[in-house]
Ligand binder design. Sequence first.
Ligand code: FES
Length: 110
Amino acid sequence: MTFYRVASLSEVPPNAMKAFTISGREILVANINGNLYAIDNRCSHRKGDLSKGVIDGTTVTCPVHGSKFDLSSGKALSGPKFGPIKLKTSDLNSYKVKVEEGSIMVELPE
Ligand code: FES
């Protein structure tokens, strides 16, 4: 595992999120009240772009079918809903984040 520089801290201001492609992975970095989190950017249901979703606390909702994920752990909190039908979806990977000299660093496999 290696820490990769993802962006400057100013690129992800408080209560915002942004997707980055690092070392071949699409990662969502979220800044929730100054706490930084990184999870896979693509929804585990049908690869919805979570960076275009909605943040509510540490929960991000997929813009495609509404699955919810915990930004702090990558856990799937609820799956997609199609009318009265609720499905399950799997957890996402979450990654360690640190800030070094104003840069957001995310730990990824080499
Ligand atoms: S693609 Fe995200 S809920 Fe379907």
